[in-house]
Write a protein of this length. Structure first.
Length: 255
């Protein structure tokens, strides 16, 4: 017969095995769900301009730690409420997974909106004023990927002035998807910048590396501002001389 110390060691070992198996399985499920969504919603190089990757890693780490600790504490097949405890923990994992999906969904770069001399990266969270509206928009546009749009000031001087004033307090046209129009390459042509101007803000060798497949005489660029997103950095949109978008690259449009 085993003595009490041996029994305690066996129970502890059993709990650690159960906690490890639970953590591996839950982490695998999180990765299988979140990583494809992350890659779909944050395509390169847009993923470089945001901290969504950090959110993803943090979420997987938290659920792993949470699962391991709680299973280690409550795992006991001898208890009558054992199955209920496991179901409760699994339910909390599901709730946390849904929350992470929501956060990634409402902070993704859904629209790339050209407004005057630059493009703005607009996230759903910045176009809705409350949780229910943001959730509804997420469900309606769950599979929508980033796409180009154009927005114009009103032709009315009075309305235009009001729009400019609203933009100065963070309520500009960029945040009104209902006013977005199909991307207008002719409008973009008026704001194209020469590639040589990128030398001011970027290393020349880096520019050559990023634009190696293009004839530099046939392309231009416009700034891509992601400044409405926390801890985001800005990029560059490459266009041809007809104002058609070719690519987004990881170069700086300003200091």
């Amino acid at each position: 017969m085993w003595n009490e110390r041996e029994m305690q060691s066996i129970k502890l070992l059993s709990k650690l095995k159960a906690a490890t198996l639970w953590t591996v399985c839950s982490s695998l499920i999180f990765c299988l769900v979140l990583i494809p969504l992350y890659m779909y919603w944050y395509p390169e190089p847009l993923n470089l301009f945001f901290q969504a990757k950090d959110i993803l890693i943090l979420a997987i780490s938290i659920q792993s730690l949470f699962g391991f600790v709680f299973i280690s504490l409550i795992y006991n097949p001898q208890r009558k409420d054992h199955h209920f405890n496991l179901i409760s923990i699994a339910s909390l994992h599901v709730v946390f997974l849904v929350i992470v999906i929501y956060v990634l969904g409402v902070t993704r770069p859904m629209w790339l909106v050209q407004h005057e001399d630059r493009f703005f990266v607009i996230q759903p969270v910045h176009t809705q004023s409350d949780f229910s509206s943001a959730l509804t928009q997420l469900m309606q546009n769950f599979w929508q990927v980033s796409h180009m749009q154009t927005i114009h000031f009103s032709n009315s001087p009075i309305v235009k002035q009001k729009q400019i004033e609203a933009g100065m307090v963070g309520k500009g046209l960029e945040f009104k998807p209902e006013q977005y129009q199909t991307f207008d390459s002719n409008f973009a042509q008026h704001y194209l910048k020469d590639i040589q101007l990128l030398d001011i803000y970027n290393d020349r060798n880096r520019i050559k590396e990023k634009l190696a497949k293009y004839d530099l005489k046939k392309i231009a660029w416009m700034p891509l501002s992601s400044g409405f997103a926390d801890a985001a950095q800005d990029g560059v949109v490459i266009l041809n001389r007809k104002g058609q978008v070719l690519e987004i690259v990881d170069l700086r449009p300003w200091e």
